[in-house]
Design a protein around this ligand. Structure first.
Ligand SMILES: *Cc1c(COP(=O)(O)O)cnc(C)c1O
Length: 425
């Protein structure tokens, strides 16, 4: 039996820039301009003299055909047929992401976890082996720990922030995926993306980088040679804490087709409405990231000097153990994420996060509003990991994760300062 796969006919949507508008192409404009100009080059409908500047939201789940032949034409030549197979708004948002990442094409998903699980399921078969760091984003950790083993997929862990040599030591004949997250959630350690990609490429093993903490404006993993770059667009790419989405951007059209097929069959696509919100967010990615980075740098320097703070992990600080690596791969700045340890353990950490007035006590990250959490009692708290496992993951009792927003930096510093005044050692 021959199995026909629709997506073998399909290609990533090209943005008008990739096709070259009036001789202007991606390389002619700066990174911050790319997501603003990027638009799908597929016309909204048939022949029109004008095109909307902002892509419309078509709520339609299906598209009316003139005749049966249209059906086959759309499948083989592109167009829209049924919304799980793509819609105009998400095509445009995919173009905008790919314009920043510089890959063969992007795919948008209903969440970051949908993107992660689709990529992993697309790359491994029963009997295969995956190497991933620990700690790691808790959802991904859970997928690796309790779901993949049910399908006879074996996982080995390296310590986050360890050198690529550690991955190499664990490679076996059935290793099919090298997975990393950099900067790592929540400890802010880094993986050398170039060395990681070189290892995978030299062994013919697929490499995957979750770069959510940096955003694609700052860290363009594909430029270092990895196969799949993932971002939870819920965070910086969307940027306003008002949607859930994820994206994958890949090195080759073949990988795009493979993952497109997987996504269609799993069904984890992004709705046209959320795609529209996301696209609106992406347009300001550059300017937001510059403010996130500038604010975070000031705050990290303030915290590092504060007598009640034990240590700050921010890739932009010379005291970060991988600051040199950060300079070589976080090219647009050092991001808006940091972690730090308050002296005085759990009680001190809780006092701090409960006394901020501008910063919000909330999980998640990457939005315009600053968010803070006490890691040891929330995302890595007793409901999720034992104290012993948490400390083994180097997350101390006073560990705080801070997502710095785009408010005025001095307002944020004053806010942290007055909350720290309430911490008694
Ligand atoms: C949030 C996050 C995810 C998962 O994204 P969702 O959009 O919540 O599904 C994956 N990796 C990292 C590093 C994250 O911060």
């Amino acid at each position: 039996m021959v199995i026909l796969v629709f997506s073998d006919y399909w290609h990533p949507s090209k943005s008008v820039l990739e096709s070259g508008v009036l001789g202007l192409s991606l390389d002619d404009v700066a990174l911050e301009t790319r997501p603003i100009l990027a638009r799908s080059d597929k016309p909204v409908t048939g022949v029109m003299k004008t095109q909307p500047l902002v892509p419309p939201i078509y709520h339609a789940s299906t598209y009316v055909l003139r005749n049966v032949e249209d059906y086959c034409d759309v499948i083989t030549q592109g167009g829209h047929l049924y919304s799980r197979m793509g819609n105009f708004t998400s095509d445009s948002a995919e173009c905008a992401i790919n314009a920043v990442e510089g890959g063969a094409g992007s795919l948008l998903f209903s969440s970051g976890m949908a993107a992660v699980s689709t990529a992993v399921l697309g790359c491994v078969n029963a009997g295969d082996h995956v190497i991933a760091p620990t700690p790691l984003y808790s959802g991904t950790f859970e997928l690796f720990k309790s779901i993949l083993p049910r399908f006879n997929i074996e996982i080995s862990h390296v310590e986050s922030g360890s050198s690529v040599e550690e991955y190499k030591k664990l490679v076996k004949s059935n290793t099919k995926l090298l997975y990393t997250e950099t900067p790592c959630n929540p400890d802010m350690s880094l993986t050398d993306i170039k060395a990681f990609a070189e290892l995978g490429n030299s062994l013919g093993i697929t490499t995957f980088v979750d770069g959510t903490f940096a955003s694609p404006y700052i860290q363009r993993s594909l430029q270092f040679g990895v196969d799949i770059s993932m971002h939870s667009c819920t965070k910086y790419v969307g940027g306003h804490s008002d949607l859930l989405a994820g994206c994958l951007t890949v090195k080759t059209p073949e990988m795009w087709q493979k993952l497109r097929h997987m996504q269609m069959m799993i069904g984890c696509v992004l709705s046209p409405h959320d795609s529209s919100l996301l696209l609106r967010g992406i347009r300001t990615l550059g300017i937001r990231m510059e403010k996130h980075c500038a604010n975070a740098m000031k705050i990290a320097e303030f915290l590092e000097k504060h007598p009640k703070i034990e240590r700050v992990m921010y890739p932009g600080l010379p005291s970060h153990p991988q600051h040199e690596l950060a300079k070589s791969q976080m090219l647009g700045g050092f991001g808006g994420m940091m972690s730090f340890d308050v002296k005085g353990g759990k009680r001190a950490g809780i006092t701090l996060v409960e006394n901020v007035r501008i910063i919000n006590l909330a999980v998640s990250l990457g939005g315009v509003q600053s968010l803070i959490e006490h890691t040891a009692s929330m995302t890595h708290g007793p409901l999720i990991v034992s104290d012993e496992d948490r400390r083994a993951q180097r997350i101390g009792d006073g560990h705080i994760r801070l997502s710095v927003g785009i408010e005025n930096a001095d307002d944020l510093i004053r806010d942290l300062s007055q909350a720290l005044d309430k911490v008694s050692l």
